[in-house]
Ligand binder design. Structure first.
Ligand SMILES: [Zn+2]
Length: 368
């Protein structure tokens, strides 16, 4: 462990000074919160290749609502500094997100898609990653907001639960964008899934993906006073077949910009099974948690009434069995599928954004 740690520290040392200056000034408040976090025990016990399964296949929205690959990137909204006396956010909300290129990046060193979208960066270093606490479950809802977002938040509130919403603006969903603020105020994590969720468009090129991502990033920031999380979820999952051709470039580029993707290690199957009764969804989620899953895939489109109906039973079961349902923090150890470990972990080490946890270094010693 010693040699690996030393090598690792030397590598980090090259950027430490720059990071220290920018981090202290720019994000002292958020960074402080993370560094005060306890060192957490427990680990993902059941990381499987669940990401092979598409998360959902919504019907294709009309082309008129699609951002074209050549559409100009919307500029990020002006982000207010985190005010100590701000009435929101609740403690579990992430720190204000980015919107500007970090000081450690020399714009002149960038070319191609890396030089595009100069405001599409997460804010500052995230601090040391931590493992998921044992007994904590992260319920993740894809594809909202929708008419079922407010009812879902009510159920979560009834059980004192938080969740993570990977959000979209699919066809006809514009009217539900204000629901994002309700998610934010409830204390759950608001994060990007996709603007269009149309595989052919978003995975046509890295640039096309960045165009789409920025549109949703800006929308969420606008609804949350700049608190869109840096965590995100690829439509279809990180190893979805549609992103195969650009996958490595895309995964690396998003990490370079400070955004961390999360797949899932437990599937409610509320999108992948045709007969997704609330009883089946309940059983799938409970079984997954009993098997050690901590990041659960669910959906929150207007069609997912069965998912909503299953939630009280799921949350009640969790309560009775000692589980905590939490919003995903921004420094949660990412868990990558084996095929991406060799790509992702070195990519994380190249940017001051991330400091892999000690547990991660022990788990994947070959990369440190
Ligand atoms: Zn989706």
């Amino acid at each position: 462990m010693g040699n690996r740690t030393n090598r690792y520290r030397r590598a980090r040392g090259r950027t430490a000074l720059t990071v220290a200056v920018t981090a202290v000034v720019v994000c002292a408040l958020s960074f402080g919160a993370y560094t005060l976090a306890p060192r957490l025990l427990g680990h993902f016990q059941n990381v499987v290749d669940a990401g092979n399964q598409p998360d959902s296949a919504p019907s294709a929205p009309p082309a008129s609502s699609m951002p074209g690959p050549s559409a100009p990137a919307a500029s990020a909204p002006a982000l207010s500094a985190p005010a100590v006396s701000a009435p929101v956010p609740p403690a579990s909300n992430p720190a204000p997100s980015g919107g500007a290129m970090p000081a450690w990046i020399d714009p002149a060193s960038l070319s191609g898609y890396a030089a595009s979208h100069p405001s599409l960066y997460a804010k500052g270093p995230v601090g040391d990653f931590v493992e998921a606490p044992k007994g904590t479950v992260y319920l993740t809802f894809d594809d909202g907001p929708s008419a079922l977002t407010a009812p879902l938040l009510q159920v979560l509130d009834q059980y004192g639960a938080k969740a993570t919403f990977f959000l979209c603006d699919q066809s006809g969903m514009d009217g539900y964008m204000p629901e994002i603020r309700k998610i934010y105020e409830q204390g759950s994590t608001c994060a990007v899934h996709s603007y269009s969720h149309e595989y052919k468009k978003i995975y046509a090129s890295v640039d096309a993906f960045l165009d789409d991502f920025q549109k949703m990033y800006d929308k969420i920031n606008a609804e949350t006073d700049g608190h869109c999380a840096r965590v995100f979820r690829f439509p279809g999952g990180s190893n979805a077949t549609p992103n195969e051709k650009i996958r490595e470039d895309l995964l690396t580029e998003m990490l370079r910009r400070g955004f961390v993707y999360y797949d899932w290690d437990g599937d409610s199957r509320d999108a992948s099974d045709a007969a997704n009764s609330s009883a089946a969804i309940y059983q799938n989620v409970v079984s997954a948690i009993q098997n050690g899953s901590q990041v659960i895939l669910l959906h929150n489109t207007g069609a997912k009434q069965a998912t909503l109906d299953a939630m009280p039973k799921i949350l009640q079961w969790g309560k009775e069995n000692g589980y905590t349902f939490a919003a995903m923090p921004e420094n949660l150890d990412p868990f990558y599928y084996s095929f991406t470990n060799k790509l992702m972990i070195p990519a994380m080490q190249k940017t001051p954004y991330f400091t892999p946890s000690e547990a991660m270094q022990k788990k994947y010693p070959q990369y440190f």
